[in-house]
Design a protein around this ligand. Structure first.
Ligand SMILES: [Mg+2]
Length: 206
């Protein structure tokens, strides 16, 4: 088993941070649901797409350190480490935001991993196994080249992409149940569920 993981919205949950930044900037009403998509939709519907675009640079760059991992991420990574199951992060991320100050988004994400995906025994993901690629295609090439047996992503378009490697099994992480009926791709809604699924596969292959 070799487990490949997407980063944004799979490992990192940005819901609270987008809500906080938008609220601080006075761009949303305080009763808007604490949810990234709700913030985006609110700004779009009120004709403020550029504000949304610039806010992404703020969140993924300047404020990245405040983002939280989804519940269960650390437990699952610990379980994998205890069994010496290789883990890598493969992500498609532009180097700089489309609008606003030119933060280095790859560096911000690496710093987040170093600070958040760690416990007393050390890093939960080896920094050498963290790959930020600038296109979807490069990301999928990386998944194949690394030899992932499973790849977890929050976007069906990645898992169903024609370049998705044949030897990897796709797993959809769908915490808000946005993609209820994606045929041919098994899904989980929590990291505990993901861990359970990996545990059964691991037990079956021992
Ligand atoms: Mg993602």
């Amino acid at each position: 088993m070799r487990i490949g993981l997407d980063f944004d919205n799979t490992i990192v949950n940005y819901d609270a941070l987008f809500h906080r930044v938008a609220l601080e900037q006075g761009n949303i009403p305080s009763d808007l649901p604490v949810n990234k998509v709700a913030v985006r939709d609110h700004l779009r519907c009120t004709g403020r797409e550029p504000i949304w675009t610039e806010m992404q640079g703020t969140v993924y760059g300047a404020r990245m350190n405040e983002a939280a991992a989804y519940p269960g991420v650390l437990d699952c990574l610990r379980w994998l480490r205890e069994r010496s199951i290789p883990v890598a992060i493969m992500s498609h991320k532009t180097r700089h935001p489309f609008l606003g100050p030119a933060y280095d988004l790859h560096a911000a994400a690496r710093a987040w991993i170093e600070r958040h995906l760690v416990d007393a025994e050390g890093p939960l993901v080896d920094p050498a196994s963290v790959y930020f690629e600038v296109t979807k295609e490069f990301k999928l090439d990386r998944v194949g080249e690394w030899g992932a047996t499973h790849f977890v992503d929050d976007l069906p378009e990645i898992l169903l992409h024609p370049a998705f490697p044949r030897d990897a099994r796709p797993l959809l992480f769908d915490p808000d149940g946005h993609h209820a009926a994606v045929e041919s791709v098994p899904s989980v809604t929590t990291w505990a569920g993901l861990q359970q699924r990996l545990e059964s596969t691991w037990l079956a292959n021992r």
